[in-house]
Design a protein around this ligand. Structure first.
Ligand SMILES: [Zn+2]
Ligand SMILES: [Zn+2]
Length: 271
């Protein structure tokens, strides 16, 4: 079936590599039909002092132009201009007025920070080993994620890597069922999509985001699901997309939902 990837990064953020054009060429060679570039939207220096986590504000126009150029040279593929936008709740110090966001075809909503702290940054892994840390971080993460997912006034189309706190394989002592249920209800209430993010397999958690049980909860709640590889290098642009489809099938999904140019959606049957 068609291959789609609606989550990838490039050299424009501080921790990615590869030109946008190289991604588009690699995606076309792999047979991808929809590719969304979703660079990390600029963070202030309070959150990203080393310009490592996000695209420097001064480079955003160049990023956007590179995506438009790639679109112009590939009539074999639909190329979306997107961003991955951090949900920072009341600590947000940026101007996210609609006028700053309306040019994007796709906005991924991500929680990488709890109360200003970047919990999935490898430099912060040690904090997870403190007593009680997994319980505290997972709980706070879920609160913030549910706020971001359920509030229709926020601009997110897709909620990325829903169970990101498992990245370093630290889990809370309490069972996750109730938390999963709240997340599924929040995404349904906000009309969001979620993604199967194939990058999880390559972290300590050794499985895609979300976990099969959480993906089943999303499916039962009627939350549409798409697929992203979260590539940070062109070599990973098509990595494990078919495995993501298999995970979706096993969770009960019968179709993959795909963002289209201009903010609409289409569906692919999972055969
Ligand atoms: Zn992310
Ligand atoms: Zn990402």
């Amino acid at each position: 079936m068609e291959l789609i990837n609606t989550h990838c990064h490039s050299r424009y953020c501080g921790h990615g590599e590869g030109e946008v054009a190289a991604y588009a060429d690699a995606a076309a060679a792999a047979g991808i039909t929809t590719l969304a570039f979703t660079e990390h939207y600029p963070l202030s220096s309070a959150f990203d002092p080393d310009a490592y986590l996000s695209v420097p504000k001064a480079d955003m126009r160049a990023y956007e132009q590179a995506v438009l150029d790639a679109r112009a040279t590939h009539d074999d593929m639909e190329i979306l201009l997107g961003i991955e936008l951090d949900y920072l709740a009341d600590t947000d110090d940026r101007d996210l007025a609609a006028a700053n966001l309306e040019r994007f075809d796709l906005i991924l909503g991500s929680v990488h920070f709890v109360d200003r702290w970047p919990f999935d940054d490898p430099a912060q892994r040690g904090v997870w080993e403190e007593p009680g840390a997994p319980e505290r971080i997972w709980s706070r993460y879920a609160e913030l994620w549910c706020e971001a997912a359920s509030d229709p006034s926020l601009p997110f189309d897709v909620m990325s890597h829903p169970d990101l706190p498992k990245k370093f394989a630290f889990y809370p002592q309490f069972p996750l069922d109730a938390l999963y249920q709240r997340m599924a209800e929040a995404a349904a209430a906000g009309g969001r999509m979620i993604e199967v993010n194939t990058s999880g397999t390559y972290y300590a958690c050794k499985e895609m985001f979300p976990a099969p049980q959480l993906l089943r909860a999303f499916c039962r709640a009627g939350v549409p699901c798409t697929v992203g590889t979260d590539a940070h290098t062109p070599a990973h642009v098509a990595r494990d997309i078919e495995r993501a489809y298999a995970l979706m099938r096993d969770a009960g999904y019968r179709q993959v939902t795909v963002a289209t140019l201009g903010g609409d959606r289409r569906v692919l049957a999972l055969d």
